[in-house]
Write a protein that binds this ligand. Structure first.
Ligand code: NAP
Ligand code: MG
Length: 502
């Protein structure tokens, strides 16, 4: 099967105009070339062809950006801005994103390969919502008042209170799977807290981070509050993670790079938040409503082409309904339309890059070699783009690489189980602990199982439901800390105690 090309002529003129630009870095309120003058190609994963170019920032550019963010923090214009005014600017940015939803969605679709339907229906609305949610918090941040007893000063009288002080300059490093959304998850709470930020988007998907910087400029954010340095991880990313002028680094990406970020942060002991990989179980109990569980289990893995950190990539089904569920999921996988992201009929777009396509393909081959059985997909379509057919494996064993390792593509491994103790042990048998889902109508079993799952999010009769109100993050090697939720903004603050002798 040969797949059609992405048709860029279907996009908004403003999208094409943006693609046609030779993109620069956004530092200190200016659009500047990289100090080396270098740039890199931005590719359309549906064709492998260049669609734009971005400046290749390196350590010298990170230094400039961190210096700018430091000045913008120290001049206090942003951190001392009245909370109501900071909120208004964040809302203004959200308004501009809303007006340009179609352009942001097309850029993410072209850059990442994801369908324009997912980009416009999930990524961008959720990113806007994240800005609005976090915009509501600055005026409600509260410290506490305390009465210290101080046992070693029996006659002393004290009064104390706590302040939430912005942590300072934040380095934000994000991956390519949800370019605008993950930028929002970092920027919105950090900016709401009064921090200044240097954002390094993934080399594969630099476009919408730059577009967001344009919108922030238009919204009127003070100079230097938001800086965007495009470039590669081992140069720009590493320089940001180790920079002594950065107070906190917030990272989403692979567990492997998460470890490097942690090591790089030791120099100045910067604060670190890590949102890393996953190998999340979806557990179908025998009493589940199969009309919900079967499409739900398929969507848990195939949403966003499986390039989702919380994807339900391990499916555990009670042996009494295993054949029925697998037949249903395999049928959905076989019927999914694989194609370029801009085609409104596409359900599975390309992997983000050749490297990622080859990685996913090699996992599929390893599954076959280790004796697993393919019941859907298992192949890579012909043609220039980075496509992989949605794949379902059965007859798997826990020691297979496809069962234990994160594949980050549209590949599902399915296992039958006999009882709850067995499935709980298997579901928790992972170095990861990002999420899990339970498919059942039995309220008592659901709520007995949920707290025993070692996962940062447990979904019930749904999967991949993310929201600005829901804390998100991982147990075990899926990360450190949480994003989203009302505590997301305080995660970008230091708690300061002020103690007064009366
Ligand atoms: P990655 O290498 O962890 O990249 C994530 C971000 O970190 C990118 O901006 C990357 O820049 C940057 N980076 C890479 N090396 C760095 C370093 N030494 N210091 C500082 N920053 C660095 O992830 P990936 O290459 O995009 O994907 C590899 C695997 O990671 C995937 O197959 C998947 O398993 C996992 N992943 C997880 C998530 C998630 O949401 N948890 C998201 C994406 C990927 P470059 O783009 O230039 O490499
Ligand atoms: Mg990478």
């Amino acid at each position: 099967m040969t797949i059609a090309m992405n048709d860029l002529s279907t996009t908004r003129p403003a999208t094409r105009e943006f693609l046609a630009q030779e993109h620069r870095l956004y530092i200190d309120g200016e659009w500047v070339a990289a100090e080396t003058g270098k740039s890199f190609a931005v590719l359309d994963p549906a064709t492998g062809e260049q669609v734009s170019r971005a400046a290749e920032g390196e350590a010298a550019d990170i230094n400039r950006a961190v210096d700018a963010a430091r000045r913008a923090f120290e001049n206090r214009a942003w951190q001392d801005m009245k909370p109501a005014l900071r909120e208004r600017l964040l809302h203004r940015l959200a308004d501009l994103m809303e007006e340009r939803t179609d352009i942001l969605a097309e850029l993410d679709s072209i850059d990442n390969g994801k369908t324009v339907g997912i980009a416009g229906g999930v990524d961008i609305p959720c990113a806007i919502d994240c800005f609005r949610f976090m915009a509501g918090i600055p005026s409600k941040l509260q410290g506490s008042t305390l009465k210290p007893s101080v046992p070693f000063m029996p006659d002393g009288k004290f009064f104390a209170y706590t302040n939430h002080v912005p942590v300072g300059v934040v380095g934000a490093i994000i991956p390519w799977n949800f370019p605008t959304l993950l930028a929002a998850w970092k920027l919105a709470p950090a900016l709401a807290a009064g921090c200044t930020v240097v954002l390094k988007p993934a080399e594969e998907t630099p476009l919408t981070a730059l577009y967001l910087a344009q919108l922030a400029e238009e919204a009127g954010f003070p100079t230097g509050v938001l800086n965007v340095v495009t470039g590669f991880g081992h140069t720009a990313g590493a320089a940001l993670a180790s920079h002594p002028g950065v107070d906190k680094v917030t990272f989403t990406g692979s567990t492997e790079v998460g470890r490097l970020i942690l090591q790089a942060a030791t120099g100045n002991l910067k604060k670190v938040t890590l949102e890393l990989g996953g190998k999340s179980p979806a557990i179908v109990l025998p009493d589940a409503d199969m009309d919900i569980a079967i499409p739900g289990a398929a969507s848990a893995i195939f949403f966003n082409h499986g390039q989702t950190c919380c994807a339900g990539s391990r499916l555990y089904v009670h042996k009494s309904c295993f054949d029925q569920v697998i037949a249903g999921v395999a049928e959905i996988a076989k019927a999914m339309k694989v194609g370029p992201g801009l085609d409104p009929l596409t359900e599975i777009g390309p992997m983000v890059s050749r490297v990622q396509q080859e990685r996913v393909h090699s996992y599929i081959e390893s599954g076959k070699e280790q004796g697993a059985e393919v019941v859907a997909g298992g192949t890579v379509p012909q043609g220039g783009g980075y496509f992989v057919n949605p794949t379902v494996f059965v007859n798997t064993r826990p020691d297979m690489r496809i069962v234990s390792e994160e594949i980050f593509g549209p590949v599902l491994v399915a296992m039958p189980y006999s009882d709850l103790d067995e499935v709980l042990a298997e579901a928790n048998n992972s170095d990861y602990g990002l999420s899990a889902s339970i498919w059942s109508r039995d309220v008592a079993t659901i709520h007995t199982l949920a707290p025993k799952l070692r996962a940062g999010t447990v979904w019930v009769n749904c999967h991949n439901i993310i929201d600005a109100a829901l804390p998100f993050g991982g147990f075990k090697q899926s990360g450190w800390g949480r994003e989203n939720g009302v505590d997301a903004v305080t995660a970008f603050t230091e708690t300061q105690a002020v103690c007064v002798a009366l």
